[in-house]
Ligand binder design. Structure first.
Ligand SMILES: NC(=O)C1=CN([C@@H]2O[C@H](COP(=O)(O)OP(=O)(O)OC[C@H]3O[C@@H](n4cnc5c(N)ncnc54)[C@H](OP(=O)(O)O)[C@@H]3O)[C@@H](O)[C@H]2O)[C@@H](O)CC1
Ligand SMILES: [K+]
Length: 511
């Protein structure tokens, strides 16, 4: 699914009116009716008070349509106009007049904080104050109104986007945003719903299809793409009946140091589970028996050093390489990486300490094979690209980095983001149970295993991140968030493949 910017949505709006020969008011009626249907299906005529707060732009207009339809259906509705300016939009005014036809309880005009109503915990609050037209942070009594609403335990439903939240630019004042319980967003979710600093304001949402122009939606390059099950299904490559282990490549995992041989075992097991044909794991000598015991399917090659990596040498041409998990930061390991990057031109997954070593020895960046994949967590990312001001600045910095060094970057987090040049993919699978040691090592193994099978680097990232998260969702369903360990994620990769095409929706919420 695509995420469009506010500017693109206004463009879609304009094209829709032209192509479908409809007025703004007709489109607004569609939007309001969709929200009404959502309510009506759930409330089924219940008499709970619904307090609709409308701004003076088109978001407020949507609120007025909803109010009118709810009143007509016999609901207990109180409509407020947050009258912060006299620049009311044309469609707002049109619907302001219409609502007067269906009730003698005209909308209550609010002009300062003396007009704030008392709200019972059982009431429903509808936030139609500001939508994607917000162009500065809220202040004055309107900000106080938002805080008044936030202080109430009543259920808060936001229309299109919580008021005060910018759809695709940074937030400056987090005390001036409605904390919605749920958001009904038009046509596509907004980027802010997925980023760490702003997702808290829209913790859950439904997307309402208001019939914006299909051609525009299909042919326009979006701000970002969300990867959910349908997209992942399209990325999956079927196995060939006459396949043999060579068909799916011979991956090389370069990992581990004294005390961190587990990182090598975990990433090796994940490389196998996602489907690599063969895996050789290159580790310091001290890990030899451990690895042969924990992953007997793997071949093991060892460094001349006992406890860390100093010179990486294998006698085959790997189909993919995953490097960095638990390798530590010895000086000799920097040299080992240097020659690895120089000698092998296969696509590489670069993780953990390999990323840290690159950050400390920037000359390594020039040696990275083209289209290599870096999978930093936030601390590693910051060391790599420097500090960022906010989530959007972070994305811009990573885009620049990706373009400059011709690499892909996976920013790990609640919605992991894959960045390739100026293209963004947001992953929808995964859960907080996966914040556990070794989870990242298993992801590196998954991506390496996909590369090894011949998936291209971008698909390996996007599909790998999805499958890893999906396996984590299945693990959580079996044992709960707290108990999940990295091996449980790996052990559910098989189930994730089987469930990928199953109709059952038992996995995570936003899949
Ligand atoms: N796109 C679509 O396809 C469809 C969109 N639809 C709906 O339209 C919504 C967008 O409507 P919109 O453009 O009228 O903007 P909206 O958010 O109502 O607010 C604009 C007003 O707020 C003001 N203002 C801004 N910041 C402010 C601040 N900090 N403090 C105070 N005032 C501030 C600004 O005035 P200003 O003072 O800047 O001149 C202006 O008057 C969208 O979210 C969706 O709900 C649907 O109906 C159908 C299809
Ligand atoms: K809103």
């Amino acid at each position: 699914m695509k995420i469009f910017s506010a500017e693109q949505l206004y463009e879609a709006d304009k094209i829709t009116l032209e192509q479908q020969q409809i007025t703004t008011e007709e489109l607004m009626e569609r939007a309001g009716a969709q929200i009404f249907n959502w309510f009506h299906e759930r409330l089924n005529g219940a008499s709970v008070p619904i307090r609709i707060f409308c701004g003076i732009g088109n978001n407020g207009g949507d609120g007025l349509v909803l109010g009118r339809l709810l009143i007509e259906a016999g609901y207990n509705v109180i409509v407020y106009v947050v009258n912060c300016s006299d620049k009311r939009s044309k469609s707002f005014l049109y619907n302001y007049n219409l609502i007067k036809n269906v009730t003698t309880d005209w909308p209550i005009l609010m002009t300062d904080k003396n007009d704030f109503p008392e709200i019972d915990p059982e009431d429903i609050i509808v936030d139609a104050i500001f939508g994607i037209g917000l162009n500065r942070s809220l202040d004055g009594w309107v900000k106080k109104l938002i805080q008044h609403l936030n202080a109430s335990p009543a259920f808060k439903l936001a229309v299109d986007i919580p008021s005060g939240l910018f759809p695709n630019t940074a937030l400056k004042d987090e005390d001036a945003v409605l904390r919605a319980n749920h958001t009904l967003t038009f046509q596509t979710p907004k980027l802010a719903f997925f980023l760490p600093e702003t997702a808290q304001f829209a913790p859950s949402f439904d997307i309402l299809d208001i019939g914006l122009d299909r051609d525009f939606l299909v042919n326009t390059k979006p701000l970002a793409q969300i990867i959910s099950k349908p997209e992942a299904q399209n990325l999956y490559k079927h196995r060939e009946r006459f396949a043999h282990k060579g068909t799916y490549g011979h991956a090389l995992i370069v990992a581990g140091s004294y005390g961190k041989i587990g990182a090598a075992s975990i990433s090796t097991a994940a490389t196998f589970r996602i489907g690599a044909g063969m895996v050789t794991t290159f580790i310091p000598k001290c890990g030899y028996s451990i690895l042969q015991n924990t992953v007997p399917e793997a071949m093991v090659a060892t460094d001349i050093e006992e406890e860390f990596l100093s010179k990486i040498n294998v006698d085959f041409e790997p189909s993919a390489i995953g490097v960095g998990m638990g390798i530590g930061k010895s000086d000799k390991t920097v040299e080992a990486l240097k020659s690895l990057f120089k000698n092998y031109k296969s696509p590489m997954v670069i993780d953990a300490d390999a990323i840290n070593l690159i950050s400390e020895n920037k000359e390594l960046l020039k040696l990275l094979p083209k289209n290599s994949i870096l999978t930093p967590h936030l601390g590693e990312l910051q060391r790599l690209v420097g500090k960022w001001k906010d989530d959007y600045d972070k994305i811009e910095k990573v885009k620049e980095f990706s373009i400059k060094h011709e690499v892909l970057v996976v920013i790990k987090g609640a919605y992991s983001i894959t960045i390739f040049g100026d293209t963004l993919y947001l992953n929808s699978s995964g859960n907080p149970g996966m914040a556990t040691a070794g989870s990242g090592d298993s992801l590196s193994g998954v991506i390496t295993g996909l590369l090894s099978q011949g998936y291209d680097p971008l698909t390996s990232c996007v599909f790998g991140v999805y499958m890893h998260g999906f396996a984590g969702d299945l693990a959580v369903n079996q044992m709960g968030y707290e108990a999940v360990m990295a091996n449980d994620i790996i052990n559910n990769i098989g189930e994730a493949y089987m469930m990928l095409f199953a109709k059952d929706q038992s996995e995570g919420e936003n899949n």
